[in-house]
Design a protein around this ligand. Structure first.
Ligand SMILES: [Zn+2]
Length: 400
């Protein structure tokens, strides 16, 4: 694509969509999701809103970029897949960022459950009672939160009540409902930026596959690494590229939710200072990570993705460097405090949900987590530092 040509993530034609969908099917084994089969309110809240948010963010970034090399068009989609995952398929002329339908369902449920817990978010004076009855009894599906979602059309009726568990539990106050939606949006944003980073950092090419790679965010099934065709060295490379995408995602996402006046208004009355917004953003991202799959016992594992515990810590260490460089109303100590408090809060929120505490045990040996996180960061810098600076496609557009 010539430099300067529009890369707006819109479909040029139905024909193109068919082609993109076929390639997506071939690469990921997935199909695009058809939300129109669901009642309007359900489809809008659960799938429409996150998709619109992610599309707008990506479109904005396209405007800020000078495309060069094989960036091509960028599509944002939802995949017909009940598991809690996201992926990006890169091709020389286009890329498809997709969120699994199961991820959209479970993220929403997770945050609605969490904000309903007053031991996690204490009752505040500004809260007003919601004047409608909850669809679902509290806790009716908490055990299901980390499992693939049932995304089948139910009973074939037009009622939102068939999907009450997707919309609930309804928290006791309007402000909590608002907060749940904001937390879910921040989590989706991080994932969108992570997938976007795989594309603009040209990771497919760095893997030596000429943009024919497909990045998933968590192992889909146990056999995935084996069937990916990647050798052990490639897996290690893939792990370092995941760390790179995390660092870029946090760079692109964090400032949006934690900087300037907008960040405080984004969180409503739940944040009055920048460190408040930082804590809420960190909480959203941490809980999203807890939800994704891949929390096995082997902290120092092979496979396409680092274990989530050192991966999360590596991201936080990268943020520290970024915040110290920005000096934008938050200092390193604010970040440290926010991380410690968020770790505590998300641990408690996870336990209160009654979910498996096995995932929390991963953090028991912080020395090991920290050693692996540092090794991943160093590995990324050593192996790709120069290559990424030369190859990646991120060029900020000059004004005028
Ligand atoms: Zn990734």
């Amino acid at each position: 694509m010539p430099p300067g040509e529009s890369t707006s993530p819109q479909y040029a034609s139905d024909l193109e969509r068919t082609y993109v969908e076929e390639e997506f099917l071939a690469a990921s084994g997935g199909r695009f999701f058809n939300a129109s089969r669901f009642p309007e309110a359900t489809a809008e809240a659960v799938f429409g809103d996150p998709l619109t948010w992610a599309s707008i963010q990506i479109e904005k970034l396209h405007c800020a970029l000078v495309p060069s090399g094989p960036l091509g068009k960028l599509y944002v989609e939802i995949a017909e897949d009940p598991s809690i995952n996201a992926c990006v398929v890169s091709r020389p002329s286009f890329s498809v960022i997709s969120f699994n339908a199961g991820l959209c369902v479970r993220l929403r449920q997770l945050f609605l459950c969490v904000v309903s817990d007053e031991s996690i978010f204490e009752r505040r004076e500004f809260e007003r009672e919601l004047d409608f009855v909850a669809f679902v009894p509290d806790g009716a599906y908490r055990d299901d939160l980390v499992r693939p979602a049932d995304i089948r059309v139910r009973r074939g009726t037009e009622g939102d009540s068939d999907y009450a568990d997707w919309l609930g539990p309804i928290p006791p106050t309007k402000e909590r409902y608002f907060l749940a939606e904001r937390l879910a949006t921040a989590a989706i944003d991080f994932l969108a930026m992570h997938e976007f980073s795989h594309v603009v950092r040209n990771h497919g090419v760095l893997l030596g596959e000429q943009c024919r790679h497909c990045f998933f965010e968590a192992p889909r099934v146990v056999q995935m690494a084996a069937s990916s065709g990647l050798g052990r060295d490639d897996e290690r490379t893939n792990q370092l590229l995941e760390v790179d995408a995390d660092q870029w995602a946090s760079h692109l996402s964090m400032l949006k939710f934690t900087s300037g006046e907008h960040s405080v208004s984004y969180w409503g009355k739940w944040a009055t200072t920048r460190p408040d917004s930082l804590k809420l953003w960190l909480f959203a991202v941490t809980m999203m990570w807890m939800l994704l799959d891949g929390w096995d016992e082997n902290l120092d594992r092979g496979g396409t993705h680092p274990h989530p515990a050192p991966r999360l810590l590596a991201m936080l260490l990268g943020l520290d460097a970024q915040i110290n460089a920005d000096h934008d109303g938050v200092c390193g100590m604010d970040l440290y405090d926010a991380c410690v408090q968020t770790a505590r809060l998300s641990r408690r929120a996870w336990c209160n949900l009654g979910l498996s505490v096995d995932r929390l045990y991963s953090f028991l040996d912080m020395n090991q987590v920290s050693a692996i996180a540092n090794r991943l960061i160093d590995g990324r810098d050593e192996q790709f530092g120069v290559a990424l600076e030369k190859q990646h496609l991120w060029r900020v557009r000059r004004p005028g």
